[in-house]
Design a protein around this ligand. Structure first.
Ligand code: DC
Length: 225
């Protein structure tokens, strides 16, 4: 366990559909690093709550679910209590519920150690909202990725269409704005750029350009004293 705390971390935070997930995965691949999709943990809690018909305002029950949850990530697939839920955690109902459970301090606290357990040699790329501020404050490189709400809604629309899911651009844009507002306004670990993070606006930028930029920034961060 001891050495794991020193494995380098690249923290990539930002609003939903800012391209974080795709970029973080590719950077992890290029460097041969582990990858943490922290949003998927909140999505698992949300899905478990919805499946058990737990009221999302019932804080104690949601915290209980979080502590007991049996989720697994393996080769790009996500499992909940032995069932494959890779696509199920991405639907809009789960997205909205994930944003609500993520506002609960007890849920965030319960997921803290689980997230830190992903830190292992040779390194970790962590994707989320509070990777640089709370989960890995000592990360070697902290990136805050943004894109305009319209561009993010377009990206989400494209993702859903590719998966054969139905969506409306207007609804997506509206939901994205609501989720941004909730994620930014919550009392615990709100979505915000931390002081030592580098902000990168990806509007109109191809994924490969963002990945290359991050690799250069990481190389520079390693050389810095
Ligand atoms: O990144 P995502 O869209 O899969 O995240 C799902 C929800 O979880 C989103 O509303 C924000 C929240 N989240 C969070 O609060 N903290 C994180 N580290 C990751 C996600």
């Amino acid at each position: 366990m001891g050495d794991n705390r020193h494995a380098p971390v690249i923290a990539i935070d930002g609003p939903s559909a800012s391209g974080k997930g795709t970029v973080a995965r590719l950077v992890a691949d290029k460097l041969g690093f582990h990858f943490l999709d922290s949003g998927a943990l909140y999505r698992l809690v949300a899905l478990a709550a919805l499946q058990s018909k737990t009221n999302l305002d019932d804080t104690l029950s949601i915290e209980h679910i979080t502590m007991k949850i049996n989720g697994k990530f393996c080769s790009g697939e996500v499992w909940l209590e032995g069932a494959r839920v890779t696509e199920a955690i991405r639907n809009e109902e789960v997205s909205a519920a994930a944003s609500r459970v993520a506002a609960l301090p007890g849920v965030r606290q319960a997921l803290l150690q689980r997230q830190r357990a992903f830190r292992r040699p040779p390194g970790l790329v962590a994707d989320g909202r509070d990777m640089g501020s709370t989960v890995f404050p000592d990360a070697e490189l902290k990136i805050f990725l943004t894109a305009s709400p319209e561009e993010r809604a377009r990206r989400r629309y494209k993702q859903l269409m590719e998966k054969g899911m139905r969506a409306s651009m207007i609804t997506l844009l509206q939901e994205m704005r609501e989720r941004d507002a909730r994620d930014s306004a919550r009392a615990v670990a709100p979505l915000q750029k931390c002081e030592d993070a580098i902000e990168l606006d990806t509007t109109g930028l191809p994924v490969e350009a963002v990945v290359s930029k991050l690799l250069v920034l990481y190389a520079k961060a390693q050389k810095a004293p």
